[in-house]
Write a protein that binds this ligand. Structure first.
Ligand code: PRX
Length: 660
């Protein structure tokens, strides 16, 4: 973490949007007064608040202690017994939900499947029996390397049912990444598929899986779902077709009654240094918070068709495609492929055809849609939509306004949800029927979440002063540790703000910078490692990017620094332009954009260099790889690891972007 004191936060946004009366009248939480009361009580006693939330789940045995806090290790609902798959499936079978759609799935080529709760339950029971037959039991790790097909969800829930720990590895990752994760987790079995459809072609997963498994001696069996139908090698005695092993399994399976702290899954995420960290989540607390947040923030009702566009390879897919919505008995819409196949209207077409009511996506996707042009959106009837969500990075106000007007027709509240792989569930977000929203702010922490923006010395920041975002009280869905490395867990998240000599304090450091405005709303400034210092001023790159994107010609921007003799750091902005925008000569546009940033933020934030490019280098989850941009600027080429990059041709193009 950077040791300087202040993080300058200079972008101000004054627009406020209250929830519409129509939305508020039907919302699950509709009384500001009640919410205020709940917030105040939860602030005094967060544990009691979370106990009430936990009571919404089905427990085999009630917990003895709601929280045992042995800094920095937490146990939530210790003594309690619970099963996540029972909460997502069995408990819905005694009502009309048995025949309600749990998953409506659409493949990229256009094929469709619907699984009712009754059918999903039967499939999960079969898969649980299959896993057991392959010798998988409580505490064993199953790796899942798949695309977005229902079997991925079935495999996850089957693990949860028998107490196996799942480790989903994003299908866009390389075989090396899969190997490293399987080795770290000592996974015993891998579930994968032949190939996954993406942008009209099939991405072969099995070949990559074979390469990885060859170096993982603990993997004894591989179960392969037939999806693309392409030719793959099956290794006799090790590889089995999912369809065949499922056929001979029964649909009756007694779930394991698991302790609340039983590990549910591990998911790997990158830090600013070192190898990816296996973030470990457990059962009772995680389920409590994903269940509560799904219901309250997405205002989930039984007649909603809810579409979260995240891949199950990311935490958003875990918490808000699988465990959160299914534990609420919701109907989840799941899509296999790319948002621009066969054209950039695919999402809007599916929303129209399936009458989707809730859309939860990422700013990077929203900016791509902006760039592709409004006509793809406007062609479709989106009147079914009633709520929009955003996650994954700060959403720049221009994108927020576009999302609201063009997609939501000024009718849908936007819930901008701040959280992390580590937090497991949403932490800061508006409660849509009650909390007025501001473009670019996640608004307030949820009841029971004690968050603050603090200075390096731990004192709270003043209004609008940028600082470090910390969580001051344990929360139920928090990570429990980093797999196999308690020390790294302590060092990464808990060493910046340790307890004082009286044992007070001891806060979780998020790695993000943030400020609070006069209403207490949080504004995320970006990762602290993306905070830059120019002429002694510290700025969040996200803010400069936001300013650039607010110009009518700009689709996307990434700001990095290069060393500068006088200023310490000079700002370099990579900018992609909107297609069809009215663009002057580039040297003129550079000046216009510099002046625009100066106007939006101030002269200190004016980029020293602006490079135009057709695309920015991104990971498959849509995060801009600023490290590669830094290398291109410093060395004219990249030297580090590029395995996470979605499209390698971007690098070639970027090298040619130098300002003339
Ligand atoms: O910097 C914050 C940003 O994404 C980080 C967490 O990334 P990851 O673990 O991959 O999880 C993404 C999905 C939850 C955070 O530290 N971030 C996430 N959501 C927001 C955000 N930044 C601003 N606003 C958000 N809504």
């Amino acid at each position: 973490m950077n040791k300087q004191h202040d993080i300058s936060s200079v972008l101000t946004e004054n627009r406020v949007f209250a929830p519409s009366k129509k939305f508020a009248a039907k919302a699950i939480v509709s009384s500001a007064k009640n919410l205020d009361k709940i917030r105040k009580a939860a602030e005094k006693n967060p544990v009691a608040f979370w106990e009430q939330c936990a009571a919404a789940l089905q427990w085999d045995k009630k917990w003895k202690s709601a929280l045992i806090w042995n800094y920095p290790f937490a146990q939530w609902f210790a003594g309690g017994k619970i099963n996540a798959s029972v909460n997502c499936l069995d408990r819905h079978l005694s009502s009309y939900r048995k025949n309600k759609a749990a998953i409506i799935w659409e493949g990229e080529p256009g094929d469709q499947r619907t699984l009712t709760y009754g059918q999903l339950h039967a499939e999960v029971c079969r898969a649980a029996n299959v896993l057991k037959k392959f010798g998988i039991g409580k505490g064993d790790t199953v790796a899942i390397y798949m695309g977005m097909i229902p079997e991925a969800v079935i495999a996850m829930l089957a693990c949860a049912r028998i107490g196996a720990v799942h480790n989903v590895v994003f299908g866009g990752f390389s075989s090396d990444a899969l190997r490293d994760r399987m080795l770290d987790m000592k996974a015993k079995l891998l579930v994968t598929q032949d190939g996954a459809f993406r942008r009209g072609t099939s991405v072969n997963l099995k070949d990559a899986a074979d390469k990885a498994v060859a170096e993982c001696p603990d993997i004894t069996s591989v179960i392969v779902v037939r999806r693309s139908g392409e030719n793959i090698q099956m290794c006799a005695g090790r590889d089995y077709w999912w369809g065949e092993v499922m056929k001979s399994a029964t649909a009756i399976n007694k779930p394991e009654s698991l302790s609340a702290e039983h590990p549910l899954f591990a998911l790997y995420t990158s830090g600013s240094t070192g190898k990816p960290k296996g973030i470990l989540h457990t059962t009772g607390g995680y389920l409590t918070q994903v269940n509560f947040t799904s219901r309250i923030i997405f205002d989930l009702n039984d007649d909603d068709i809810y579409f979260c566009t995240a891949d199950i390879g990311w935490v958003t897919g875990h918490s808000y495609v699988v465990y959160g919505p299914l534990s609420n008995g919701a109907t989840v819409f799941m899509y296999e492929g790319a948002p621009n196949f066969p054209d950039a209207g695919r999402f809007w077409d599916m929303i129209e055809r399936h009458r989707i009511t809730i859309l939860y996506t990422a700013p990077t996707a929203i900016r791509a849609f902006m760039k592709w042009g409004d006509s793809y959106v406007l062609k479709h009837d989106l009147s079914s939509l009633r709520l929009l969500g955003s996650v994954g990075e700060p959403i720049n106000p221009e994108a927020w306004m576009w999302y609201r007007a063009v997609v939501g027709k000024n009718n849908c509240p936007i819930v901008d949800t701040w959280w992390q792989t580590e937090t497991g569930a949403i932490m800061i977000a508006p409660i849509p029927g009650v909390v007025p929203t501001k473009p670019g702010s996640g608004t307030l922490p949820l009841p029971g979440i004690i968050a603050d923006a603090v200075r390096r010395d731990g004192t709270s920041c003043e209004q609008n002063e940028g600082g470090y975002l910390v969580i001051k009280h344990p929360w139920p869905a928090m990570l429990r540790t980093i797999v196999g490395d308690d020390e790294r867990y302590r060092k990464t998240y808990w060493s910046e703000f340790p307890p004082n000599e009286n044992g007070e304090g001891g806060w979780y450091f998020t790695g993000d910078g943030a400020r609070r405005d006069k209403d207490g709303y949080f504004w995320i400034i970006g990762r602290v490692d993306d905070v830059v210092n120019v002429s002694g001023h510290r700025l969040g790159t996200a803010e400069i990017e936001s300013a650039l994107v607010s110009h009518t010609t700009v689709a996307e921007a990434a700001v990095i620094t290069r060393p500068d003799e006088i200023k310490g750091n000079a700002l370099v902005a990579f900018v992609t332009l909107k297609s069809g925008a009215d663009v002057p000569a580039l040297h003129e546009l550079r000046e216009i954009l510099r002046n625009h940033v100066a106007k939006e933020i101030g002269h200190i934030a004016k980029p020293d260099e602006i490079r135009f490019s057709e695309q920015l280098p991104k990971t498959r989850s849509g995060k801009i790889m600023r490290r590669l941009l830094r290398e291109i600027v410093a060395e004219g080429k990249t030297s580090g690891d590029t395995t996470a990059l979605e499209d390698f041709s971007v690098l070639e193009k970027l090298r040619a972007t130098e300002e003339e």
